[in-house]
Design a protein around this ligand. Structure first.
Ligand code: ARG
Length: 570
């Protein structure tokens, strides 16, 4: 339990004893404030809301309560007007905080909130035969971080890469390949070549509309299991996936399932039947739809006039499948904000089908990646390949290392951890709904609010432990070791970690952890600048190094939750 929680519980109990029942622990915790400056204590409790029940002036209430409050880690309780100001016994708190973190190690901040329940997380989901876009990058890193965070909260995340491997575009691609394709070229650069074919198809289709019909026919064949169509599709898929896997490997991300849209091909009749049975299907221009008029939404398209199924049909089938196979507590879909309507629609359809569990399905939207104020697109002309972004970042970091630390062992491996980390952090330090401005400087500097900065801080701490000959030992109070505002600032930040994880999980917001690790790195660097960690006195030095180790544990764990490595040297 955090100190804040302990204070809240205690106040709530004291109030109950004097006959005030409606100030629960949670309510009191919400009322507790952090004073604007440390001279006013470490926590403050305003008494205004008590005036009504106690029929007394708030300052008087504060006075009366002050005598009744006592907790082992509280040094003093001061009355300041209508406020109670709590002063912690800082030495006691530092010692117990460091002790907790060193004892719990990487499990510090974990909870059992999720009770082992499963949470399928739909993330990444690039489209076969198309480049891995910035949007897919965002989905990948946000989704992966959410999975890590929820795991830390005691859930069992299931990472699902719902590949875009089905749909009319594959009919078009087959037509284009049969007309203009070349096997060698596809093998050499699959994504690039398939994209070229796809673009050519659309250019040609402008003057020859019959191509569109052929595309539809070939997709129909594919859906019906035609051998040639199947074979080509499988080949496009395998080649593309191999390319995508390079990116995943580089980022250290793996999936529990890569069942994409195609996986649901044989599970869609059932959805259509169920909709039929429940009387939800209606016809519109020859297509089958579920009307959502009562929600002021356009109808959800289930089947086209030629019988081909659609994106939404596949998502309905996937939702039923996930519900049946994972018996989930929640199901998340980390997909860009452009698809908001699609998610609202198909979740509403599930509700209309009578599935109560649909209310536990959440679309987790995010903003766009912008370059010079414009969407970073993968359409022709301004193709930005993610793989190129990653290798550029790695190369740039390697240059910095060559310059600053040429004798570093494992330079390449570390440059990879830092370069990739920079790209991930650049995304995750921002609130997901905000658009992000893609900027090499913002991403790669070792000084700003960046991944490399946090990683560098971690490495710096590691070398301090070595230099100081750190020996693991029991954590205890050492005269003079833990004094000063800088030490206290580090410790209060360390104490916030569990709360930050809770918030990040509840709000599906990894940026809370991104901001937190920056805070912790900054307060640690101030401490490093102001306090002589490697003190003359051996006991003082070892005690301070224990605090350093606690910081390293939390930095590393925070980075891990975001999907970054924490090299010990760089
Ligand atoms: N492949 C899709 C796209 O790139 C995203 C799929 C997201 N997941 C889902 N279950 N709809 O737009």
């Amino acid at each position: 339990m955090s100190y804040k929680q302990q204070v809240a519980t205690h106040i709530s109990q004291v109030l109950t004893q004097i006959g005030i029942e409606d100030f629960t622990e949670e309510r009191v915790q919400g009322m507790l404030e952090t004073p604007p400056n440390p001279q006013m204590g470490d926590l403050a409790f305003p008494c205004f809301q008590l005036a009504k029940s106690l029929r007394k002036a708030p300052p008087m209430i504060a006075q009366e309560l002050s005598d009744k409050i006592s907790l082992p880690f509280l040094k003093e309780v001061q009355v300041a007007g209508a406020y109670l100001n709590f002063f912690f016994d800082q030495e006691e708190v530092v010692v117990s905080c460091v002790n907790t973190i060193l004892t719990e190690g990487a499990t510090y901040g974990s909870s059992q909130l999720g009770e082992g329940k499963r949470v399928p997380i739909d993330l990444s989901a690039p489209n076969i035969a198309k480049p891995f876009s910035m949007g897919h990058l965002r989905s990948t890193v946000i989704g992966n971080a959410l999975a890590n965070i929820m795991e830390k909260q005691g859930y069992k995340p299931v990472r699902i890469n719902h590949l875009g491997d089905w749909g009319t575009q594959f009919g078009k691609l087959i037509v284009a390949y049969k007309k203009w394709g070349n096997e060698e070229k596809v093998k050499a650069e699959p994504i690039k070549e398939l994209l070229t074919l796809y673009i050519k198809f659309h250019e040609e289709a402008e003057s020859d509309p019959s191509l569109e019909d052929q595309g539809r026919e070939w997709f129909k064949k594919l859906e019906d299991g035609d051998q040639e169509a199947r074979m080509l599709w499988q080949w496009f898929r395998d080649e593309s996936l191999q390319e995508f896997n390079k990116i995943y490997e580089l980022m250290g991300i793996s999936f529990d399932s890569t069942n994409g849209e195609a996986f649901y091909n044989d599970k869609m009749d059932r959805v259509v039947d169920l909709l039929e049975q429940k009387g939800l299907l209606s016809e519109s221009d020859g297509a089958m739809v579920v009307s959502l008029e009562e929600y002021d939404m356009p109808p959800c398209l289930i089947k086209k006039s030629d019988g081909a199924t659609l994106y939404a049909t596949r998502d309905l089938a996937a939702a039923l499948y996930r519900h049946e196979n994972y018996d989930f507590a929640k199901a998340l879909y980390v997909v860009g904000g452009e698809q908001r309507l699609h998610f609202q629609q198909f979740i509403k359809v599930l509700q209309k089908m009578g599935y109560d569990w649909a209310k536990e399905m959440h679309h987790i939207p995010f903003g766009m990646m912008l370059k010079d104020g414009k969407k970073m697109s993968t359409r022709k002309g301004k193709l930005v390949l993610l793989e190129e972004v990653l290798s550029q970042a790695i190369e740039d970091v390697l240059k910095v290392i060559e310059e600053k630390n040429p004798n570093l062992a494992n330079k390449e491996a570390i440059a990879r951890q830092v370069g990739v980390g920079a790209v991930i952090f650049h995304d995750l330090k921002n609130y997901r709904l905000n658009d992000i401005n893609f900027s090499w400087e913002d991403m790669l500097t070792f000084e700003g609010e960046t991944g490399p900065y946090v990683q560098y801080t971690h490495a710096r701490g590691c070398s301090l432990l070595k230099k100081g000959n750190y020996k693991k030992s029991e954590v205890k109070a050492v005269e003079g070791a833990f004094e000063g505002a800088e030490t206290w600032a580090v410790v209060t930040t360390l104490l916030q970690f569990p709360e930050v994880i809770e918030k990040a999980g509840d709000q599906f917001d990894p940026s809370q952890i991104g901001k937190y690790v920056i805070d912790l790195a900054q307060s640690f660097n101030k401490f490093y600048a102001h306090v002589r960690i490697l003190a003359e006195d051996e006991d003082v030095k070892q005690a301070r190094l224990q605090l350093v180790e606690a910081v390293l544990i939390v930095l590393k764990e925070g980075l891990r939750l975001l999907g970054l490595q924490a090299p010990e040297e760089m």
